[in-house]
Design a binder for this molecule. Structure first.
Ligand code: S3P
Ligand code: PEP
Length: 427
């Protein structure tokens, strides 16, 4: 079914968004290699996270639901069962890339694959460091792409400078480093989300951080624990922007993850003049979270570049929508990573938002948007990319007439409650 939306008046209310996708993946994976049980509260049960669960279950990890709690019973990957079929990560880059790091501790041979989109995303960024640590890896069809066959075991520590700022690459090396011998040192070009480091520490592992260096000792045992998954700031971002750009709107979004490596969207919107307040802050399992109060605001254009980019990488499609309603020019630079996400997100936003009437231009590593512009509703294409589908749906709610977002079922990849929540707050 394609989502059809019309112009709304305003949004008002108090809501909570689905659990954080990055923390959900990690709670299942780290629970899946830890001793004892891990009890996860508020796990995101989206398509991407279900793919992580399905893959690990095939290897012998037990994942059970009891009321609202997800219980993970894991074991060190060297004890995982052989699996002779393909382990399918579906649409999820995080699932396949982190699982490759995790599974490299096993001496069994496994084959990983994914859907059409995931099969076009670069994998050498993961396989290069894992090969250097001693894993045997081959590309079945095409260099750099899934499917991949991996046979690990007997890993050795490496010193590795990440060629791209990527939390997925960093996390895969951490998961492998924990299982090898020696101390692995990773250098990041820019700080990326640190949920893996936080959860490894919380599960009793030793991992040190010093500026842009991360040090992991090998042969570590993790012990499962109680995990609370806060709401996903990447999902909240769509509702935050809707409240900012629709007149007389006011939203309170409760218990949203506020890890500083993820709050670039709040900083960027505030630099555009957004009225956003954090009205309560707490820490659980090492992760900051709190309530976000958003009020309709007059936005102005800004420049988004440099080390803020990894802190808001998944929010750039919805930022482009915010920029369309802002007075003046918004320039987004250093965001070339957007070209290798579930779709080429620069191209998708430029063509689809452009079709709706936005003054948006593609650049080598980002985009330039001139605002404010009135949008018109029409048929737009999500390209099967959940972030594009939601960004276009929000744009459609501010456009004249009706907007139909083709391929919007992909929204369940990260935010299955998107439509239900909107129904509650649209007045
Ligand atoms: O580690 C993670 O959970 C993620 C890291 C980011 O990808 P990269 O590591 O490719 O930047 C982000 O875009 C993705 O949605 C989730
Ligand atoms: C890029 C994303 O996810 P992944 O890389 O896990 O597919 C995303 O959720 O926007």
């Amino acid at each position: 079914m394609d989502l059809v939306v019309s112009k709304i008046n305003k949004v008002i209310g108090k809501i909570a968004v689905s659990g954080d996708k990055s923390i959900s993946h990690r709670s299942i994976m780290l629970g899946g290699i830890a001793e004892n049980e891990t009890h996860v509260h508020n796990l995101l049960l989206s398509e991407d996270v279900k793919n992580t669960i399905n893959c690990l279950e095939k290897l012998g990890v037990i994942v059970e639901r009891q009321n609202d709690i997800t219980i993970v019973k894991g074991m060190p990957p060297e004890h995982y069962k052989p699996y002779y079929g393909q382990l399918d990560a579906g649409n999820s880059g995080t699932a396949v890339r982190l699982l490759l790091g995790l599974i490299s501790g096993s001496s069994n041979s496994y084959c990983f694959t994914g859907d059409y989109s995931l099969k076009s995303r670069p994998m050498k960024r993961i396989t290069d460091p894992l090969k250097e640590m001693g894993a045997n890896i081959s590309f079945v069809e095409k260099n750099n792409l899934l499917p991949i066959i991996i046979k690990g075991g007997n890993l050795q520590a490496i010193n590795y400078k990440l060629p791209v700022a990527s939390a997925q690459v960093k996390s895969a090396i951490i998961l492998a480093g924990l299982q090898g011998t020696g101390t692995t040192v990773i250098e990041e070009p820019e700080v990326t989300r640190d949920h893996t480091e936080i959860m490894v520490n919380y599960f009793g592992g030793k991992i040190e951080k010093d500026d842009s260096f991360i040090k992991i000792e090998g042969r570590q045992k993790l012990v499962g624990n109680e995990v609370f998954v806060p709401g996903d700031i990447s999902s909240a971002a769509f509702l935050i922007v809707l409240a900012l750009i629709s007149p007389k709107s006011e939203l309170l979004i409760e218990n949203v993850g506020l890890n500083p490596t993820r709050t670039g969207i709040i900083d960027a919107l505030k630099s555009m003049g957004a009225n956003i307040e954090i009205i309560f802050e707490k820490v659980s399992n090492g992760e900051k979270y709190g309530h976000i109060m958003v009020k309709n605001s007059n936005l102005t254009g800004t420049t988004i570049e440099g080390n803020i980019i990894p802190r808001l990488i998944d929010e750039i499609p919805i930022l482009a929508v915010a920029a369309t309603f802002a007075e003046g020019k918004t320039t987004i630079r250093n965001a070339e990573e957007l070209k290798v996400k579930e779709s080429n997100r620069i191209e998708m936003m430029v063509t689809q938002l452009g079709k709706m009437g936005a003054k948006i231009e593609e650049t080598e590593d980002g985009m330039i948007i001139e605002g404010p512009t009135k949008l018109k509703g029409l048929v737009v294409d999500s390209g099967g990319d959940h972030r594009i589908a939601m960004a276009l749906a929000i744009a459609g709610m501010m456009a004249e007439g009706q907007t139909k977002v083709l391929g919007s079922n992909c929204i369940s990849i990260s935010f299955p409650e998107f439509e239900d929540i909107l129904k509650k707050i649209i007045k």
